[in-house]
Write a protein that binds this ligand. Structure first.
Ligand code: UGA
Length: 449
């Protein structure tokens, strides 16, 4: 990446969670001056010291560099963006208990941006990156901006919907090399400004730019995450059939259907279910939003039901094989919702561990990144191992919950270290034949017995 150009934009980013901070450091990396705004002083101190509160590969180095070269400054002053010409809204949009979207953070940040536009003589384009239900830009953000600024959208400032598609664990790569850029707006000037900016940012790597309405941009994000979740729930349903069919294996079936260009091989890894801060929340919000339109999105509800069932599979298998779990020592390999992150929001490890504890098992867990977050959830109800070998030592059963590369453990190690060599491969990381032949009591999601 070229860091020596002298870009002209000054960019503000409201909300320095995962999306906001990654967006901010990637802009700074390309030489833009970035002002990060967040009310949480502890978070700001950690960013200033180059040690963000969460783990993401590459983020530490990007943050340190951006702070030390002065391109990224962070503040809790909500009006610090007054001189910027691009203001990104990247605050969280959590779900309410009924699954509907909670826009409180977005409304607060929008009001601050509106106030800064009132004071500013620079033409500012406001960019909504937070995931929001269709109509939010038009019916919520725009009226707040206009009333707080006393100015008109399209004439005195711009407004765009520009959803993000960053995956945790590869967020920096995704920010630098996006598959596509979606820009939604009612006014052409805002769309033109944003497209020009992204072409300047990505240069020859600029992907297809979709110029569209706010509502399409907002819905593309939900449809995207919903489709990914449907794909995983579909292959998990196939896995649940293959487990009952001697000689069948979901992995081969996934390869077989994935080679069809119309289907594609990605998101066909059967396992213990999908989790994280996005898919579960976005599916709930899309389902709840559909109901407000008078439509029951039964397909999404089915995907969620399949996923809820899937999260219990490992406990069911352990119980079926071991009988009572009382006093059994179960090793959990992997706590984060996927590899490459310390994020445990809606991680399937949580209901799995709760299920094991409720049945009287003793749980010892290892994760290369998420132990700190796990301690916050489970405290001393479970034990934490310092490495994978230490985790499986003396265990009656080992469950692979997250497919970290660190869990490339040979059958002979399991045989040597475990009290009873039972392995449940919840992410299909091991070669089944090899494990079965070695004498391990082996089961795997989607593997026919
Ligand atoms: C997801 C989307 O992939 C991003 O495009 C989007 O920007 C992001 O949500 C968001 O809305 O912010 P992420 O939450 O990082 O990204 O996770 P994914 O890589 O989509 O994985 C989600 C879950 O599905 C994980 O628990 C993963 O283990 C599971 N999964 C994924 C499977 O079980 N099988 C697969 O084949 C793929």
């Amino acid at each position: 990446m070229n860091t020596t150009s002298t870009p002209r934009h000054v960019i503000s980013v409201f909300g320095l969670g995962r999306v906001g901070l990654i967006t901010a450091v990637c802009f700074a990396r390309r030489g833009y001056k970035v002002i990060g705004i967040d009310p949480d002083n502890h978070k700001l101190d950690r960013i200033r010291s180059g040690e963000p509160l969460f783990f993401e590969p590459g983020l530490h180095d990007y943050t340190k560099a951006a702070i030390s070269n002065g391109l990224l400054t962070v503040t809790n002053d909500p009006l610090a963006n007054t001189g910027s010409d691009l203001s990104y809204l990247t605050v969280g949009t959590p779900s309410n208990l009924d699954g509907s979207i909670n826009l409180d953070y977005l409304k607060n940040a929008t009001a601050s941006v509106g106030k800064s536009i009132r004071k500013s003589s620079t033409y500012q384009t406001v960019v909504i990156k937070s995931t929001v239900t269709p109509g939010t830009a038009r019916n919520v953000v725009r009226p707040i901006l206009e009333s707080e600024s006393g100015k008109s959208v399209g004439l005195e400032f711009g407004l765009c919907s520009n959803p993000e598609f960053l995956r945790e664990g590869s967020a920096i790569h995704d920010a630098e090399f996006p598959d596509r850029i979606v820009i939604g707006s009612n006014d052409m000037k805002s769309i033109d400004n944003m497209e020009t900016f992204y072409k300047e940012l990505h240069g020859e790597h600029t992907p297809t730019v979709i110029r569209t309405s706010h509502e399409n941009a907002e819905l593309i994000k939900y449809a995207n995450n919903a489709f990914l979740a449907l794909k995983v729930s579909f292959i998990n349903s196939i896995a649940n059939i293959t487990e009952r069919v001697p000689g069948a294996d979901v992995k081969t079936i996934a390869t077989g259907i994935g080679l069809d260009n119309r289907i594609g091989p990605k998101f066909l890894n059967a396992g213990l279910g999908w989790g994280g801060s996005c898919l579960p929340k976005d599916l709930k919000e899309l389902s709840s939003y559909s109901k407000t339109l008078g439509y029951d999105f039964t397909l999404i509800e089915a995907a969620i039901r399949v996923n809820d069932y899937q999260k219990q599979r490992a406990v069911e298998i352990a119980q079926m094989k071991l009988g009572s779990l009382i006093g059994k020592r179960i090793a959990i390999l992997g706590l984060s919702f996927k590899p490459g992150t310390d994020d445990m929001r809606d991680a399937v490890s949580v209901p799995i561990i709760e299920g094991l504890l409720a049945r009287g098992a003793t749980v010892v867990a290892f994760d290369p990144a998420a132990v700190r977050n796990a301690r916050g959830i489970f405290g001393n109800k479970i034990a934490y191992a310092t490495d994978p070998m230490n985790c499986i030592s003396g265990a009656d059963c080992a469950i692979i919950v997250t497919e970290w590369p660190e869990f490339d453990i040979s059958p002979s190690m399991f045989l040597k270290l475990m009290r009873y060599p039972m392995v449940i491969d919840g992410r299909r990381v091991y070669e089944a034949e090899l494990f079965i032949r070695s004498g391990i009591d082996f089961s795997a999601i989607g593997l026919g017995t």
